[in-house]
Design a binder for this molecule. Structure first.
Ligand code: G4P
Length: 528
């Protein structure tokens, strides 16, 4: 197969949802269709169980699962599909945001009864801003839920999407009879038996065909005709370019648990979802079909075995071929590295591979060279953009609780920050270390991992910070900037890259500061 054919047959995507909407169940059914797993129950949920905040075994269990399910790859209809796992728990939202920089499209799962939930809103907003193509799957149609039109309205309003149903439910819950597949023009009857699938579809290209009445009964057939006519009038026609540009979102209905509507989703996904897309770097836009290899690190995973402290860096290949044992340029360090055992991921295993193509993810063993956002190339000095740090929401001083182990503590903190677990700031005033995180759970993760992986102990101290903003002066030498640094000295810190950060203690003080120093910009993400 040619290089171009290899690229064209790849689909790399993520599934996003609020916890419990059915992401794990859907992933599993997709893998079953690809023949990648043999039975249900093979995919483990990466959910953090309720009340697990102080249960370290649970954190470790979750971490183990998240290595195993980071990338799930399988083949379907000669298409190589890579699913990138995204944690649903809000404390790990930053992890999910970073993974979304490595996908070419997304499937959004929504629970028919619960509708649009908080985490879905946040994640879809990120996808919308980045113009990532999205398909919506409305799940649990076997249960009583919201009316299809109401739900489509809610999706449009709350998620700010332009929906285009490509399937439509016939009844729901107890009365759920099946779905009409607008994309393929056929009816799929619901039997409630997850083992039955493909054979059940009946071709109905003309809705007035009396076969429809025979299949689902007169009343249901008439209701379906009316609803589809209404849908046609209200929603735009499917347009693949609009979908790929992130301006139109196809919607499917189904029940993942019953393996119903999943094949339809997958078939349409394979037809319409984009193959690897061009990506912007600091110097130019890179096309996947370029010969020169480029890629970037979007995730780092520490080894689960504390005796081997190497890590696995996950690289998304953007262009060219990635080959084993070929030296590549680590742009930030300006040094060449070669990798003798790059891992490729499959549903249940990882394997050493010789060649990978754009869209693929390879896992590289790393002894501390990589941090999130690093770029590898064949020699060109370019850096991929788009993996910003977000302004953390929780802040605490971190103290060394074992003076004999201060080196270990330094190293541990350094590596955990490279992995993207949290962000470290150093106060300008006294050089004290402050850890900023997105969720409170991270503090326990850090404390636990410092102790178990690095043999270091830490304690925390509260710190009253409302928001951390990255500071960008119009002119570094201006009197205004000098005054700002003098007056606000107590509230200034540097991040790991040495960028200046303002730690505002309240919304009010942030607003006052912004007003008082109009030539200074205050950013809520590190990339500007
Ligand atoms: P998540 O990864 O998005 O968090 O969700 P997950 O797939 O774990 O699904 C959450 C719950 O919803 C599970 O039940 C799952 O069985 C159920 N579920 C998923 N799809 C459907 C569906 O189409 N119909 C119905 N009725 N239920 C569905 P649970 O009781 O929480 O877990 P389990 O004990 O069944 O694993």
């Amino acid at each position: 197969m040619s290089f171009i054919e290899e690229i064209n047959r790849r689909r790399t995507f993520g599934i996003v949802s609020h916890p419990d909407a059915g992401k794990t169940t859907l992933t599993e059914k997709l893998l079953l269709f690809g023949g990648a797993i043999q039975e249900a129950g093979a995919v483990k949920s990466n959910k953090i169980k309720k009340g697990a905040t102080s249960d370290f075994m649970e954190i470790e269990r979750q971490r183990g699962i998240s290595v195993a399910t980071s990338v799930l790859a399988f083949e379907y209809r000669d298409i190589k599909i890579n699913i990138l796992d995204t944690p649903g728990h809000k404390d790990f939202a930053e992890d999910t945001f970073r993974t979304l920089t490595a996908v070419d499209s997304v499937i959004v799962v929504i629970d028919v009864a619960k509708g649009v939930e908080e985490q879905t809103e946040k994640l879809v907003e990120v996808c919308r801003m980045r113009k990532i193509p999205m398909i919506v799957f409305i799940n649990k149609m076997d249960r009583e839920g919201k009316d299809a039109f109401d739900l489509l309205d809610e999706i449009e309003q709350k998620l700010n999407l332009t929906v285009c149903p490509l399937s439509f439910p016939i009844g729901m819950g107890y009365d759920f009879k099946g779905i009409y597949n607008i994309w393929e023009k056929n009816v799929n009857l619901f039997t409630g038996d997850p083992r039955k699938d493909i054979e059940e579809t009946v071709e109905i290209s003309d809705l007035n065909d009396s076969e429809l009445d025979n299949l689902i009964g007169n009343n249901a057939a008439n209701t379906l005709r009316e609803e589809l006519e209404l849908a046609q009038g209200v929603y735009p026609e499917f347009d693949q370019d609009a979908y790929k540009d992130g301006d139109l979102q196809p919607v499917f209905f189904g029940s993942a648990l019953n393996n119903f509507g999943v094949r339809e989703l997958l078939d349409c996904f394979v037809d319409i979802a984009p193959s690897p897309r061009p990506k912007e770097s600091d110097t130019r836009v890179v096309d996947p079909k370029e010969k020169g290899f480029t890629g970037f690190v979007f995730k780092i995973h520490a080894n689960m075995d504390p005796k081997h402290r190497d890590r696995l860096a996950f690289i998304k290949i953007v262009s060219g071929k990635f080959e084993r044992n070929v030296p590549y340029l680590h742009v930030r360090h300006n040094k060449k590295l070669r990798f003798s055992s790059p891992n490729a991921f499959f549903a249940e295993k990882k394997e050493i591979v010789d060649v990978s193509y754009p869209g693929d993810i390879v896992g590289l063993h790393d002894t501390g060279n990589f941090k999130i956002g690093d770029t590898l190339t064949e020699g060109e000095e370019l850096q991929y953009k788009g993996i910003p740090s977000f302004s953390p929401e929780h802040f605490r001083y971190i103290n060394n609780a074992d003076p004999m182990k201060s080196k270990q503590l330094e190293k541990g903190i350094d590596q955990l920050m490279d992995e993207g677990v949290a962000q470290l700031f150093r106060l300008e005033l006294n050089n004290r270390k402050v850890i900023g995180t997105v969720g409170a759970l991270q503090y326990e993760v850090i404390q636990y991992r410092l102790e178990h992986e690095y043999g270091a102990k830490c304690t925390y101290e509260p710190l009253n910070v409302h928001k951390a903003c990255w500071v960008e002066p119009e002119n570094e030498k201006s009197e205004e900037f000098k005054e700002f640094k003098r007056v606000k000295n107590k509230f200034l810190a540097k991040d790991k890259r040495g960028q200046l950060v303002f730690l505002a203690d309240s919304m009010f003080s942030l607003q006052m500061t912004q007003q008082k120093y109009p030539s200074i910009k205050f950013h809520f993400t590190s990339e500007f």
